[in-house]
Design a protein around this ligand. Structure first.
Ligand code: SAM
Length: 273
């Protein structure tokens, strides 16, 4: 496995994903007394954007640094910006939280979080990142299998799936995992991140998901028209059992990113299947 999220941490897609995941977590907490969060692809948990990998890609400069400098950031980004500020001790800084830290910080006493990661070096950092949070656990484990095994145990299930898409079978594995999770826990909430390069791959994934469930909320964000399929032209969050406030949050996040960080022809669309 070569993928390192440190190259991409804090980019436009992380802002979209993290703002929506936090909005969904908060909405689920209003609906359920206890949550069991399974983050199938956790990464290292936190990133130093002054490091070699982030500097080389420049993606955070076009993402979180622009959000931090914005004077018109909408409310949906407030929890993410607060987490970034806290991680940097309230000073301007280069640290950026990953999904594990963002969710661990937001847990109540009754909630649990398990973050799965396969890279031993990232698992080690993840363990350190999560150490202050008693209800959060780092697992060196396959996230797809863990989600299927743990769904339905110990509170309402919330599964976040955020693969690197290095392997062609990630799309198939997501659909199979969704089926396994919903079989064990029909009320499970799920949030699945996808890159958008070309429309055909995205559409074919959505068609495969429609054979698993008819209740999808899709937040699609295009940074630019899909002319070059070799580029990540956008991203999407595909959600199952999203409480109603999540739709408004996804619209707010997507509209701001498309208009402020996108190119001509960029746009955001949120719809239900
Ligand atoms: C996109 S990154 C995760 C970023 C993280 N969700 C965040 O938002 O901060 C994907 C991670 O999944 C890990 N990974 C790849 N396949 C995996 C699998 N089957 N189970 C668990 N982790 C996996 C990779 O090593 C990589 O660190």
């Amino acid at each position: 496995m070569n993928y390192r999220h440190a190259f991409h941490a804090g980019n436009f897609a992380d802002l979209h994903k993290h703002a929506i995941v936090l909005a969904k977590l908060s909405a689920l907490q209003k609906d359920s007394d206890a949550l069991s969060v399974i983050d199938t692809h956790a990464g290292a948990g936190g990133y130093d954007l002054s490091g070699e990998m982030a500097r080389r890609s420049g993606e955070a400069q076009a993402g979180i640094f622009r959000l931090k400098a914005a004077t018109d950031a909408p409310a949906v980004f407030a929890p993410l910006l607060k987490a970034v500020a806290d991680m940097n001790g309230g000073k301007p800084g280069d640290l950026y939280p990953g999904s594990p830290l963002l969710m661990a910080r937001a847990l109540r006493k009754t909630d649990r979080y398990a973050g799965c990661e396969l890279r031993p070096d990232d698992v080690q950092i993840l363990r350190q990142t999560l150490a202050p949070y008693a209800n959060a656990q780092a697992l060196e484990a396959d996230g797809y299998a863990t989600a299927g095994e743990r769904a339905g145990k110990g509170g309402r299930t919330f599964v976040v799936i955020d693969p690197p898409f290095e392997r062609p079978d990630d799309y198939r594995q997501i659909a199979a995992t969704t089926r396994a999770v919903l079989t064990r826990a029909p009320d499970a909430a799920m949030a699945i991140w996808l890159p958008i390069k070309d429309l055909e791959t995205f559409d074919s994934f959505l068609r495969s998901m429609e054979t698993v469930t008819k209740k999808l909320l899709i937040a699609e964000l295009r940074l630019r028209p899909l002319i070059d399929p070799m580029k990540m032209n956008g991203c999407a969050m595909v959600m199952i059992n999203a409480p109603s406030p999540v739709e408004a949050a996804a619209i707010e996040a997507g509209d701001w990113i498309a208009s402020r960080l996108g190119e001509k022809g960029g746009r955001s669309r949120v719809w239900n299947v």
